[in-house]
Design a protein around this ligand. Structure first.
Ligand code: MN
Ligand code: MN
Length: 403
């Protein structure tokens, strides 16, 4: 019985003892590095993981939404995430908010619309792997197309709530009728059909093609698109995976939030690194991973992740992310900073005079000569090179998923 179950006993040093229960065994199985932390973990570090599966689900007619804010994950100091789905035709109502919104399509297709402060319009259709960005105060709508859609939204404040946005329906409900009538150049009697309660997410019909629905009267489009199609990003290709960076330099409309899309082969690892300018907010899209975060003064803690989980790395804290599954690991690192930046331990050592490295690591010149020669960035490295090769490394990455 208990003997067949994994137990909080570390093989390397024998520390720990049997857990006779009560125990939530499924959770233990999901969290081998929390049940049995590596002996290098040390000190007290906040919880750095929360799963959307543990987040309150707001069910609406035609879709759902759930969020991970600093109420769920207090260690998140910069950003909030929302996971949302819309059935074919359903809308996320026309609205705006105080925070910048960065969106990543995870499944299906959707249409986004917006207008900027100069009256210039934006409309585009997006599919899995595509992004959008609406800076603070810029209004927008999202509508599921024929496949319906699921997406991740990231907002530029840690205490944002998707339940507190500025909705068109709410504004009209909370404005005197005579004012609305004057504004729309209507009689009060004409306003009978207007919504009497908040809409937020609601059902509707799948719209026609963009060229069929675009208004003739519309002004010019916005000069820089509010969407980004992932094929526009040039990957940093490594043997063990690849990274695509999307920030203000290749997606100029995203003036607040940047991201790196990371794919790691089975047996691969996102190398030891940190980010000098921001905390990292992670969303795991596919596969399984473990991450150890080193947060100065000998404090370190290891977490396990799988698809649907969110992780955070405090500002400038060192970390690696290892693919612990047998399929490619796909996750996205997101930052409240318009420009992506990182510092690689390997590059740091490879660019420092050899004697300095020898003196710090207590090693010979020969040892230093054989360290990775980081003339080009290698953000993903091998942990175990003989692991099963996936479609990613064979170059036949199926693009229908957008990844
Ligand atoms: Mn929004
Ligand atoms: Mn990172």
């Amino acid at each position: 019985m208990d003997k067949d179950k994994i137990q909080p006993i570390r093989k390397s040093d024998g520390k720990g003892w049997i857990d006779h229960g009560p125990r939530n065994y499924n959770r233990d199985l999901e969290n081998p590095n929390i049940l049995i932390p590596p002996s290098t973990d040390s000190g007290t570090l906040s919880n750095l993981r929360f799963s959307f599966s543990d987040a309150h689900q707001r069910l609406e007619e035609g879709g759902w939404a759930r969020e991970i804010t600093n109420r769920e994950l207090p260690a998140s100091t910069d950003l909030t995430g929302v996971n949302m789905a819309l059935e074919p035709g359903a809308y996320r109502e026309m609205h705006w908010h105080k925070e910048a919104e960065w969106g990543l399509m995870l499944y299906g297709n959707a249409r986004v619309t917006s207008v900027d402060e100069h009256g210039r319009y934006f409309i585009d259709d997006v599919k899995a792997g595509d992004l959008w960005n609406f800076e603070a105060g810029i209004p927008h709508s999202i509508q599921g197309l024929d496949q319906g859609c699921e997406f991740l939204l990231v907002f530029s404040e840690p205490d944002f709530s998707e339940n507190n946005t500025f909705l068109l329906s709410d504004w009209l409900i909370h404005t005197p009728k005579d004012i609305i009538a004057a504004n729309f150049n209507k009689n009060i009697g004409d306003l009978e059909p207007l919504p009497r309660e908040q809409k937020y997410i609601f059902r509707a019909n799948v719209p026609g093609a963009i060229n069929e629905v675009k208004r003739d009267s519309a002004e010019e489009p916005v000069p820089s698109p509010f969407t980004f199609h992932m094929e526009q990003a040039k990957p940093i290709q490594c043997e063990a995976g690849r990274v695509r960076i999307v920030d203000v330099t290749n997606f100029p409309a995203a003036k607040t939030i940047s991201a790196a899309f990371v794919e790691v082969e089975p047996g691969g690892m996102r190398e030891l690194h940190w980010h000098p300018n921001a905390a990292e907010w992670q969303y795991y899209i596919q596969g399984k991973a473990k991450m150890t975060v080193f947060n100065s003064d000998g404090v370190a803690r290891t977490f396990d992740f799988q698809a649907g989980d969110v992780g955070v790395v405090p500002n400038v804290a060192g970390h690696y992310i290892l693919n612990t599954g047998d399929e490619p690991l796909v996750f996205v690192e997101i930052f409240r900073n318009p420009i992506y930046s990182d510092i690689s331990l390997n590059r740091w050592l490879a660019t420092t005079p050899k004697q300095i490295v020898c003196d710090h690591l207590n090693v010979t010149n020969q040892f230093v000569n054989s360290l990775p020669d980081e003339k080009t960035p290698t953000p993903v490295v091998w942990y175990k090179k003989d692991a099963k090769k996936s479609s990613l490394s064979k170059g036949n990455n199926d693009n229908t998923s957008g990844w």
